[in-house]
Design a protein. Sequence first.
Length: 157
Amino acid sequence: MQRFGVMICMRTMDVDEIFVDTNILIFATNSASAWHAPAATVLQNLHQQGITLAVSFQVLREYLAASTRFSGQDFALDTILANLHTFQTQFHLLEENELVFAHLMNLVSHISVAGKQIHDANIVATMQAYGISHLLTHNVNDFKRFAGLITIVPLIK
C-alpha cells in the first residue's frame, strides 16, 4: 500500500475525486502487463476510500485505440467493450464542452505544448473545468509541465 504512496497521500490531502489517465486503465485491465497489479490495486483502494474516479471521453477513446491495437493478443474486442461499459458506469464521466476548450486554449497560450502534447493538455483542461486537482498516471513526465496547475499522483513512487 505505501509502495504506491496513494493511500496516505489521498487521505492527508482530503481528495474526494481523482482523474485517472488512460495508462492506468490499460494496466488495470491487462493482466499480462507488468503494471497490472499496482494499477488494479490503486483503483480498488481509491474506490474503497470513497474517492471518485473520473475519466473523460478522450480517455475512453484512447483506451479503445490502445486496446484494439493489441486485440487478438491479450485483449478481445468483447472484453474491451465490456471494460468501456464498466468505466462509463462506475467512473465519473466528464464531458468535453466549451469550458474545457476554453481552458485548453488558455493552457496552449501559456505553456509550451504542441502535437501529441495537446492530448495531455486537454486532460489538464478537463480537470480544471471540473475542479479536479489530482491526476493518477504512470506517465509522470508527460505532465511535469503542468505540475504548477495539478497534483500528479504517480502509479509507482
